[in-house]
Design a protein around this ligand. Structure first.
Ligand code: SMG
Ligand code: MG
Length: 369
C-alpha cells in the first residue's frame, strides 16, 4: 500500500466533567488525530498522549513533532507499506510509542478498510459486545463520589474503578462498599502515587475484596511491585509499567503483577497489544482494556481489542457520553452494561465531517516526497 501523505489534526474536546487523578485534572481532551491517505482510501489513528507529560513522558505537541520530523518521513519514504511494516520501519526511533501507535493504527485502518475487514475480525475478536467499566475520578468529598458512582451504576456500568491517591484511598473505598454493597465489581487505580513505605495503607484495602489495585508504585518499580505483591492479597495490575510485550513478560515472571491493563497507545499499537494478550493468556494472567479518554475513533479500536478471548475483565471502555457531550463519531452507547464492537470495515466508524470541522484547532499535511 502506498501512503500519499499523513494529515495531523488537532481537535479540542471539552469533557462533560473534570477528571481528577493522582497526577492532575483534565477538563478537556486535546487530541492529535492522524489520517493516513492512500489511493484506496483513508485510515484514522488517535494518539492517546495527553497535552502534558504527567501520565507518561509523551505529550500531544511532542507526538506531533516526532511524527512530523522523524516518524512520518520514514513511512513516506518506504514505498509500499503494510500494517506489519510500520513498527519495523519506526523501530530505530527510540520510545515515542503513543506517536508510533497512532501511525500504525492509521495505516492498519486504511489497509483493513481497503480489504473490507473489521479491526475486530483482524485482531481475533470473539464477541460482538464488551462489558463496560467506568473510571471515576478523585472527588472533593465522599458524598460527591457516592453520587457519581450511584449515577454510573444506575446507567448500567458493570465495574467501577476508583482513582486513589494518598489521603483518598481507604475511606472512599469503604464508603462505596458500604453504600453499594459487596457485589459491585470494584477496583482502584493509583497512577503510581505510592511507595513501598505505604504498604500498610495499601494492605488495608485487602478488606474490601477489590478485583485489583492498578499501578500503586512508580512505573520503573517492577521489583518493588513484586515485593508489594507479597504483602497484599489484592492482585496487582500494572498500567504505566508495561510498555511492551517484553515488559509484560518481565512483570509476570517477576511476580510484579497478576493482571495487565492493556492500552494500545502505551505499548506502541494494537499489534503489540495483541502480543501482550497472547502472552498473558499463555501465562494464565488476565488482561483488560484500559482507556485514555479516547474519542469514538480510538474507542472503536479499543472495543474491538477488548473483544479478544483473553480480555476477561471489564475495561475502561465506557460510552461516549461518559466523556463528551458530542463525540467526533456516532456515539458509543451503553446497552445492558455493554458497548457494541463495530462490525464495518476498519474501525467501523467515521468522523462526522461537520463535527470534526467544528472541533478542529489545526491541521498539517505531510506529503510523501
Ligand atoms: O478512558 O475511561 C477512560 C479513562 C480511564 O482511568 C483511566 N485512564 O491510568 O488508567 C489510567 C487513566 C489514564 C488517563 S487519566 C487522564
Ligand atoms: Mg491506570
Amino acid at each position: 500500500m502506498k501512503i500519499t501523505g499523513f494529515e495531523l489534526r488537532r481537535i479540542a474536546m471539552p469533557l462533560v466533567a473534570p477528571f481528577r487523578t493522582s497526577f492532575g485534572v483534565e477538563t478537556a481532551r486535546d487530541v492529535l488525530l492522524v489520517r493516513a491517505a492512500t489511493p484506496d482510501g483513508d485510515g484514522w489513528g488517535e494518539c492517546v498522549a495527553m497535552s502534558e507529560p504527567l501520565y507518561s513522558p509523551e505529550y500531544a505537541d511532542g507526538a506531533a513533532d516526532v511524527i512530523t520530523r522523524f516518524l512520518a518521513p520514514r513511512l513516506l519514504a518506504a514505498g509500499e507499506v503494510g500494517p506489519l511494516d510500520v513498527a519495523r520501519l519506526l523501530e530505530p526511533v527510540r520510545g515515542h510509542r503513543m506517536a508510533k501507535a497512532a501511525l500504525e493504527t492509521a495505516v492498519l485502518d486504511a489497509w483493513l478498510r481497503a480489504r473490507g475487514e473489521s479491526f475486530g475480525a483482524y485482531l481475533g475478536a470473539v464477541r460482538d459486545r464488551v462489558p463496560a467499566g467506568v473510571s471515576v475520578g478523585i472527588m472533593d468529598s465522599v458524598p460527591a463520589l457516592l453520587d457519581a458512582v450511584g449515577g454510573y451504576l444506575e446507567q448500567g456500568y458493570l465495574r467501577i474503578k476508583l482513582k486513589i491517591e494518598p489521603g483518598w484511598d481507604v475511606a472512599p473505598v469503604r464508603a462505596v462498599r458500604e453504600r453499594f454493597g459487596d457485589d459491585v465489581l470494584l477496583q482502584v487505580d493509583a497512577n503510581a502515587a505510592y511507595t513501598l513505605a505505604d504498604a500498610r495503607v495499601l494492605a488495608a484495602l485487602d478488606d474490601f475484596d477489590l478485583l485489583l489495585i492498578e499501578q500503586p508504585l512508580a512505573e520503573d518499580d517492577l521489583r518493588q511491585h513484586a515485593e508489594l505483591a507479597r504483602l497484599l492479597r489484592t492482585p496487582i495490575c500494572l498500567d504505566e509499567s508495561i510498555e511492551s510485550a517484553k515488559d509484560a513478560a518481565d512483570a509476570l515472571l517477576l511476580g510484579a503483577c497478576r493482571i495487565i491493563n492493556v492500552k494500545p497507545g502505551r505499548v506502541g499499537g494494537y499489534l503489540e497489544a495483541r502480543r501482550i494478550h497472547d502472552l498473558a493468556q499463555a501465562h494464565g494472567a488476565a488482561v483488560w482494556c484500559g482507556g485514555m479518554l479516547e474519542t469514538g475513533l480510538g474507542r472503536a479500536a479499543n472495543v474491538a481489542l477488548a473483544a479478544l478471548p483473553g480480555f476477561t475483565l471489564p475495561g475502561d471502555t465506557s460510552a461516549s457520553d461518559r466523556y463528551f457531550a458530542q463525540d467526533v463519531t456516532e456515539p458509543f452507547v451503553l446497552a445492558n452494561g455493554h458497548v457494541a464492537v463495530p462490525a464495518g470495515p476498519g474501525l467501523g466508524v467515521e468522523p462526522l465531517p461537520d463535527v470534526l470541522a467544528s472541533l478542529t484547532t489545526s491541521t498539517t499535511w505531510l506529503p510523501s516526497a
